[in-house]
Design a protein around this ligand. Sequence first.
Ligand code: RIB
Length: 334
Amino acid sequence: MKKVKATMQDIANQAGVSKTTVSMVLNNKDSSISDTTRKKILEIAEEMNYIPNSIARSLSTNKSGTIGIMVPDITNPFFSEIARAIEDAANKYDYNVIFCNLDNEIVKEDKYVKLLVSKLVDGVIFITGGNSDKSIDILKGNNVPFVFVDRYVKGYEQYYGVYSLNKEGMTEGIDYLYRNNKRKIVFVSGDPNLGVSKLRYEGYKEAMEKYGLYNEELIFEGDFSLDGGKKVTKDIIEQIKDFDAIFFSNDLMAIGGMKVLVKNGYRVPEDVGIIGFDNIQIAEMMEPGLTTIGQPIYDMGKEACELLIGFIHGEDNNEKIIRFKPKLIVRDSV
Ligand code: RIB
């Protein structure tokens, strides 16, 4: 017969006490219970490998000690690195995490938001940037605190969030390329529906106009993915002659682009300079090392988690929005 999970009643029966007594001992509730009884109950619980029923506890306390993390694409190291930081911070405050990969699909987002609410999570960290109004309504309707990270959600720009100063990062990148005598600088955007993509494009445009170099023929639409970077670089090679640099809106696309350029006989950086955005760990491992605009990925995740946990505990932070300044990371690809 299948061994059923030990319960508090089983412990009570074996110890010859009431279930209430067992509950008080296991929850450290009442010190009026004799040390002998307390010790006996704890020993029996240990022998039975008793594990408290967290769902039952959540139902009674309406707290699960768990937070949900929703990210667009787990295959992009930016998101796995930021999720790692969130998990470290959560564990430091004794929270567990439920990790939801959305694959940029609104249907999956809807499913996961409902799952998180049904699991009584204490809060949610949103890295979506898609059209998340319905998901947000569900969280609000169930009084589940949430914060945004990295990607803006229309209408919630002033809500709890942790972001990078995307435009400033782009300006620093263009200034660096200009100082390295790059003039025909192609720009590859992220997913054009996302706020971060629009801000990076605006940063590129303003900086290029500052030098009198802006030309909309140098603008190409990407999607933040490795394959997207490869595909758009093939289009650039076919359509643009004598370009001397490509500024990709994230590192994954830059990595895909570098491979296509080298396969087509371009030398990096001698023939074309390449710069990315994010500074994911693999950027340093590329040959040549990828020069990029570094986002403080770990700090963004850590701050977002601490902001949410403060919010869960009722701290109505004045500083609801935390913005980090990206930093130019010079390696060898320009
Ligand atoms: O690489 C993924 C991109 O999407 C990053 O630049 C990050 O900012 C996210 O928005």
